[in-house]
Design a protein around this ligand. Structure first.
Ligand code: GDP
Length: 531
């Protein structure tokens, strides 16, 4: 097994070696930028690991991977976010799915708590789009390193240098190209690998069904003409203004490596895979709630970043997705839930790919494990084998959708209350209350509409308390602190509500109402949620 440079050479325990091979990341993008296409392309070049320790080659794009993608949409209300595991040049890549489109939800943000870095995918014609910016903001708050990928270079788009300026401006990081395209957007004929100095001509094979054909350009970069020379000059211009690649600066999120791709044709995908394997940060010591750090070679520990429940009403199915932080996970282990101080048996541990599951027997730091029968687990729970450890709570994120929930049958109010509380604990929705609205009409708050669909479905199917939802005209919320004086329950264009963690939230119809509130209440402090 190849050692990586940052691992002690002598007798390094297997857990350090395995952790050192892991690259755990999420692809952040706006819908349609090509996330599914790129993920499939990565899987085409790498081998997909199906069982722990066993690798299977993939012969076409239409196997497990597309099922995994397609299954996202199979049921209107199921979110089957999971991790795809790939093997490339001795590295194990855990690609953790960030649900998008109609599945966009608080879970999409929470995934970013479970990864060590992100690949930010940008459509060459569209540049930065709203969902990318939202996810980027979360990455920046977490200090996550980011690899920038400019996709769809085979289609007409913006100028490469303008895109690079955009990356610098939007991310606040220095963009450092590792590949540079020969030819403008729409005329993607070749690629420079700026790390190796290698230049290749690119041709799609079978419409992108197979890896692209790469023909080395003879003569080296010195003897190049036309668009090759132009490409090299542009890349040098960027290096002059933003500096050379520095691994430490990338891992500290001060630099973002930039690569150009056409995922649909598999152009630049091999180069990206090499960068992920060679330069992507491996799992490292993780901050604990007490302010310490949990080294990757400590006893087993991990935390839950997502709970999926009610997929299968008949089975009362709860899957908790656990990110392994330290030690070795072995199926059958009895773990302790740090919040409850109670044991959790891991008899049923799975790798979840869409709705199909494969038993996981062993997992290492950086890996994602799906724990089945996990009704007692909540988002943010820490689990450990022997030495107690607690990881920080995953923060709440700013909701943008608000609805009043009521029991459709007032006779079932008890079940209604139990269901709402359970959904709140699992993190399916945020639940807001105020004296004015009363206990019977809590306000549910969400990042994406899917969260409400899931809540409504589970209220009826699982808690036997069908609920009616009535949308409120608010679009933004902020933490509010009156600094000791009392807060109004309502104000021009909004109201103030409370979450069960004690936070007061002010809800506004729009930015103008927010500005009015600021004018009318100069002594009240407003802060962003999740900041
Ligand atoms: P997602 O919503 O981000 O997962 O985007 P998809 O992967 O579904 O891609 C959206 C559309 O863009 C699909 O029609 C893809 O075939 C197309 N697409 C993705 N990557 C490329 C690319 O590099 N070049 C071109 N021309 N089309 C692409």
């Amino acid at each position: 097994m190849p050692r990586t440079a940052n691992i002690p050479a002598l007798h390094s325990p297997p857990v350090l070696e395995e952790a050192g091979r892991r690259r755990t990341f999420a692809v952040i993008s706006h819908p349609d930028a090509g996330k599914s296409t790129l993920t499939e392309a990565l899987a085409l070049y790498a081998s997909v690991i199906k069982d722990a320790g066993v690798t299977h080659g993939k012969s076409s794009r239409h196997g497990t991977v597309s099922d995994w993608m397609g299954l996202e949409q199979e049921r209107g209300i199921s979110i089957s976010s999971a991790a795809l595991q790939l093997n490339h040049r001795g590295a194990v890549l855990n690609v953790v799915d960030t649900p998008g489109h109609a599945d966009f939800s608080e879970d999409t943000y929470r995934v970013l708590a479970a990864v060590d870095f992100a690949v930010m995918l940008i459509d060459a014609a569209k540049g930065f789009e709203p969902q990318t910016l939202k996810l980027l903001a979360v990455c920046r708050r977490r200090g996550l390193p980011i690899i920038t990928v400019i996709n769809k270079w085979d289609r007409p788009g913006l100028e490469a240098l303008d895109l690079i300026d955009g990356v610098a401006g939007r991310t606040g990081m220095a963009p450092v190209p590792l590949t540079w395209p020969a030819g403008r957007a729409g005329a993607f004929t070749g690629l420079f690998d700026l790390r190796s100095g290698e230049a290749v001509r690119l041709e799609a094979v079978r419409g992108g069904a197979l890896p692209s054909l790469e023909t080395p350009v003879p003569g080296g970069s010195g003897a190049m003409e036309g668009q090759w020379r132009e490409a090299l000059e542009e890349a040098e211009l960027v290096a002059d203004s933003h500096g050379e690649f520095d691994r430490e600066a990338f891992h500290a999120a001060r630099q973002t490596p930039v690569l150009f791709t056409a995922a649909a044709k598999n152009f630049g995908v091999r180069q990206l895979l090499d960068v992920l394997a060679e330069l992507g940060p491996a799992p490292s010591a993780r901050a604990t709630a007490e302010g310490g750090h949990q080294p990757v070679d400590a006893g087993f520990s991990g935390f839950v970043f997502k709970v999926q429940a009610g997929q299968d009403a008949a089975h009362r199915d709860h899957i908790a997705f656990l990110r392994v932080c330290s030690g070795i996970f072995e199926r059958g282990m009895i773990l302790t839930n740090a919040r409850l101080g109670r044991p959790f048996a891991t008899k049923y541990a799975h790798r979840v790919i869409g709705r199909s599951r494969e038993v996981i027997d062993v997992a290492w730091p950086g890996d994602i494990v799906g724990l089945v029968n996990a009704a007692s687990l909540r988002v943010g729970d820490s689990l450990y084998a022997t030495e107690p450890v607690r990881f920080p709570e995953i923060p709440h994120f700013a909701p943008e959708l608000f609805t009043v929930a009521r029991a459709a049958d007032p006779g079932r109010y008890k079940q209604f209350r139990r269901g709402i509380t359970q959904l709140e604990h699992e993190g399916v929705v945020q639940v807001l209350r105020s004296d004015r609205r009363g206990e019977q009409a809590p306000v549910l708050a969400a990042v994406g509409a899917l969260q409400f669909e899931v809540a409504q479905h589970r209220m009826a199917g699982e808690f036997h308390a069908p609920a009616t939802f009535e949308a409120l005209p608010y679009t933004l919320a902020m933490h509010v602190d009156a600094k000791g004086s009392s807060l109004p329950e309502t104000f021009r264009g909004g109201e103030i509500m409370h979450r069960s963690d004690g936070e007061a939230l002010a809800l506004f119809a729009d930015r103008y109402k927010l500005a009015h509130f600021r004018e009318d209440n100069p002594g009240v402090e407003l802060t962003d949620i999740g900041a």
